[in-house]
Design a protein around this ligand. Sequence first.
Ligand SMILES: Cc1cc2nc3c(=O)[nH]c(=O)nc-3n(C[C@H](O)[C@H](O)[C@H](O)COP(=O)(O)OP(=O)(O)OC[C@H]3O[C@@H](n4cnc5c(N)ncnc54)[C@H](O)[C@@H]3O)c2cc1C
Length: 414
Amino acid sequence: MSIKDAQSPLSAAPAARTRHHQVVIVGGGSAGATVAARLCRALKEPDVAVIEPSDVHYYQPLWTLVGGGVTNKETTRRREADVLPSKATLVRNAAKEFIPSENTVVLDDGSKVTYDYLVVAMGIKLNWTAIKGMSPDLIGQHGICSNYLYEGCEQTWKTLQAFKGGNAVFTMPVPPIKCAGAPQKIMYLADDHFRRSGVREKATVSFFCGAPSIFSVKEYAETLAGIVQRKGIQTHFKYQLAEIQPDSQTAIFHSTGEEDPIEIHFDMIHITPPQCAPDVLKGSPISDAGGWVSADKFTLQHPEFPNIFSLGDCSSLPTSKTGAAIRKQAPVVAENLMKTMRGEPTASFKRYDGYTSCPLVTGYGKLILAEFDYDLKPKETFPFNQNKERWSMYQLKRHGLPALYWNGMLKGRA
Ligand SMILES: Cc1cc2nc3c(=O)[nH]c(=O)nc-3n(C[C@H](O)[C@H](O)[C@H](O)COP(=O)(O)OP(=O)(O)OC[C@H]3O[C@@H](n4cnc5c(N)ncnc54)[C@H](O)[C@@H]3O)c2cc1C
C-alpha cells in the first residue's frame, strides 16, 4: 500500500472517533487529488488527509471516447490509493456534515475530523430522478445509454453498434453540468460511426438541448452550428428531457420557455442527466443558496471562513465545470491556502481567471480545442487557430491529455 490508509488493516490503532489533520480535503477526485499532490510537494511536513468513500479514481474525460468505441473503460480508472501522494492520509469515508464554526467535518460513520484548513472538492451529483421514469438501471436496455457513468460509457458503444436506423436522440439538460461539450461530442462520434457503418441515411439524428445555443462562447458556437448543419443534425434548443417511457421507447421534452412539449419515439437515446450540488452541501453553512460551496471567483477562498477553499465541480465558481479548469484552479488553491497558513494578506493571493477548456470531438480524428475564461473570451494555448477541426488536437485528447493527467496533474506537476 503506497499511502497511509486510515481504514487499512495495517493501521495499528482503531479509527479514533475524532481525528485531526492540518489540512483536510473532502473528495479525492480530479480536484482533491491534484490539490493533495501540490500540498504534499510544497509543505515540509505535510499533514494532509483526503476523505474519499470510493476505492477507485476515474479519468472521466475519456468516457466520451469509450462511448465512441475508441478505448476501453478500464483505461480510465485507477485505485484511489495509487493516485494520492504517498505522504497523504486516505480516510475512506464520506463527509456527512460540515460544521465550519468548529472546524469539523462529520463522517458517515458518525466520527469527526477536525482541521486547520479545509478544501472541499466533492464533485457534482447526477440527478437521474429529475427525469420521470428514468433510472441508471435502464442504461443498456431499450436503446438507452449514457457516457456519464463508468459502467454506462461502454454500453454507449454497444448501443451505437446495435443501431440500425430510425431516431437517434441526444440530450443535454439545463446547465450547470460537468463538461457541457460532452453531450454533443458523443453525438458527432455517433454520426460518424453511422456513416461508416452505412446506417446514417436511415437515421434521423436530433439534439435536444436545455441551453439556448450549442455552446456558450460565440466564436466556437458559430463553428459548431456549421458542423451540425453539415452533418444534418436536427436541433431543439431550450428543451429538457422530462420523462422516459422505456417500454415504448418514448421521450418527452419540456420547453424551458413557452413552447409546447415534444414527444418523440427513439430507437436509441444518449442521456446526459440533470446535475446539481451534492445533497450533503445543500443547506450547509459553507454553501450558497444553490448548494454550491461558496468561493471567491478569483482567490477560491470561502468568503466567510478564510480557512476554507473550494474548487472543481462542487464549487460556486461561475465557469464551465471541467478537469481542465481544475488544472488551473488547483495551483491557486494550494498557493493561497499556504499563504493563509503563513498569514500573508489576501492582496498577495494568486488569482484564477476562470480558464476552462472543452476538447470538442467532432468526429473520429477531428477536434476543436475550445479554451476560454470568465468573460467567455477564447484563451488559446497553441499558436494556430484552434477554432478549426484538427487531427492533431484529437490526438492530444486521445493520448496527450490522459498522460498529462496521470503523470503531471495528479503528481502536482502540471
Ligand atoms: C462524459 C464526461 C466527459 C468529460 N469530458 C471532459 C473533457 O473532455 N475535459 C475536461 O476537462 N473535463 C471533462 N469532464 C469533466 C471532468 O471529468 C470533471 O469536471 C472533473 O472530474 C471534476 O473533478 P472534481 O474533483 O470536481 O469531481 P470528481 O472528479 O467527480 O470527484 C469528486 C470526488 O468526491 C467524492 N465524493 C463524493 N461525495 C463525497 C462525500 N460525501 N465525502 C467525500 N467525498 C465525496 C467522489 O467519490 C469523487 O471521488 C467530463 C466528464 C464526463 C462525465
